[in-house]
Design a protein around this ligand. Structure first.
Ligand SMILES: [Mg+2]
Length: 327
C-alpha cells in the first residue's frame, strides 16, 4: 500500500509470539485509526529488513506515526529504517513474548486500546508525543568494515546475551520460549552459566582511560529493565541524554545469583557490581569475545562503541508518568 503524508502506518509481524490472525489484526488497526480520524496504511512484513524498508518509506512520505505490531524485535526492526530525528512517531502494539517498551511506558495490553491511547497522545488529547533518546551501537568487523545499529531498550554482553543466543541456536529452547514466554530466557541463562569463565574486557567511558575487567555481564540500558522481570538499570530514563551501564564482574553464575534481587529492584551496588552513566562507551574483548545482544537479537562478536542519540526518536506517550519517561 502506498504511504501518504500524515498516514498511520502499521507493520504486522506474523512471526511474533502472540499471534492474532493478520486479517483480524488489520481490521483492528483500521478501526482504531478510523476512530481517530486517521488513514491507516498496513504492511505485513516477513523479515526485519522489510520492516526497516517500510519505516524508511513512512519517514520519506511524512507519515505521522508507525506502529510495530509484534514484540520488541519488531520495534527494533522499524527503528533501523527511521533516521535519527525523524518526526514520524514510533508506536507499539504489544504482541510479542516480552513487550518491554510497552511495559516500561505503561501501554494498554490489548491492540485496540494500545493503538487508541497512543493515537490520542499524538493529538495531545491524552499524554503527548515526545522526543526520547535512542542508542547506537557500532561494530567493527575483522576486515575493518564498520556497521551500526540503533537500539531502543538495551544492549548487553556476557551471560544475558549467551541466554539469548542459546534460544536462537537451539530448537528445544525456541519451543520452550513459545510455550513459557519470558521465563525461557532464565532457563537458558542457567544452562549457559554452567562452567563458564568470566570474559576479560577493556572498557572506556566518555573517552576516559581504559579499564580492564573480568565481566560476567555488562548491560547498557536506555530503559531500566532486562525483559519485564529484571530491573538492571533502575535509574535509567530515556529523557536524560545518557545511557546507564551495569557491570557485574566475576563468574557468570554471579550475575545469575543476582537475578532474584534485580527482580525485586534490590540490586546491591558494591565491589564487583557497578552502575554508571555515560554518553559514549567503548568495549573490546581481551581474550575470548563475549556474546552480544542488541534489543533481544544476537549481534556480531567484534569490538564495539555505544553512543547515546539524545532526543533522536519521537514516541507516543499516553502515560507520561512512567519512570522511564522521567515522570
Ligand atoms: Mg538515559
Amino acid at each position: 500500500m502506498q504511504i501518504q503524508a500524515d498516514d498511520i502506518v502499521f507493520v504486522l509481524n506474523p512471526q511474533s509470539g502472540n499471534a492474532m490472525h493478520p486479517r483480524q489484526l488489520s481490521a483492528v488497526c483500521e478501526a482504531a485509526a478510523d476512530e481517530a480520524g486517521r488513514r491507516a496504511a498496513i504492511s505485513a512484513t516477513r523479515t526485519p529488513e522489510e520492516a526497516a524498508q517500510v519505516a524508511r518509506s513512512a519517514h520519506d512520505a511524512g507519515a505521522a506515526a508507525i506502529f510495530g505490531c509484534g514484540g520488541d524485535g519488531t520495534l527494533s526492526a522499524i527503528l533501523q529504517g527511521l533516521p535519527a530525528g525523524s518526526p514520524t512517531a514510533l508506536g507499539a502494539v504489544p504482541m510479542g513474548t516480552a513487550n518491554v517498551w510497552a511495559y516500561e511506558t505503561n501501554l494498554p495490553n490489548t491492540p485496540m486500546a494500545a493503538i487508541t491511547a497512543q493515537l490520542a497522545s499524538l493529538d495531545g488529547a491524552r499524554g503527548d508525543a515526545r522526543w526520547v533518546d535512542s542508542g547506537r551501537i557500532w561494530s567493527t568487523a575483522s576486515d575493518g568494515a564498520v556497521q551500526s545499529k540503533r537500539f531502543l531498550l538495551m544492549a548487553s554482553w556476557g551471560l544475558d546475551a549467551a541466554a539469548v543466543e542459546g534460544i536462537v541456536r537451539s530448537d528445544r529452547r525456541r519451543r520452550m520460549k513459545r510455550m513459557m514466554g519470558e521465563p525461557a530466557y532464565f532457563v537458558s541463562a542457567v544452562r549457559e552459566s554452567f562452567g563458564r569463565r568470566p570474559w576479560p574486557l577493556s572498557i572506556s567511558l566518555d573517552g576516559g582511560p581504559a579499564r580492564e575487567i573480568d565481566a560476567a555481564m555488562l548491560t547498557v540500558g536506555n530503559t531500566r529493565m532486562l525483559g519485564t522481570w529484571l530491573e538492571v538499570n533502575p535509574r535509567a530514563t530515556v529523557v536524560d541524554g545518557e545511557l546507564d551501564l551495569l557491570i557485574v564482574e566475576g563468574a557468570p553464575w554471579r550475575a545469575l545469583a543476582m537475578a532474584p534481587l534485580a527482580r525485586s529492584g534490590w540490586l546491591p551496588m558494591g565491589p564487583g557490581v557497578t552502575n554508571v552513566r555515560f554518553g559514549r562507551l567503548e568495549v573490546s574483548a581481551l581474550a575470548h569475545p563475549p556474546p552480544v545482544q542488541v534489543d533481544g537479537d544476537p549481534a556480531p562478536l567484534t569490538s564495539y562503541a555505544v553512543d547515546v542519540e539524545p532526543g533522536a526518536l519521537r514516541v507516543m506517550c499516553p502515560e507520561p508518568t512512567s519512570a522511564v519517561l522521567g515522570g
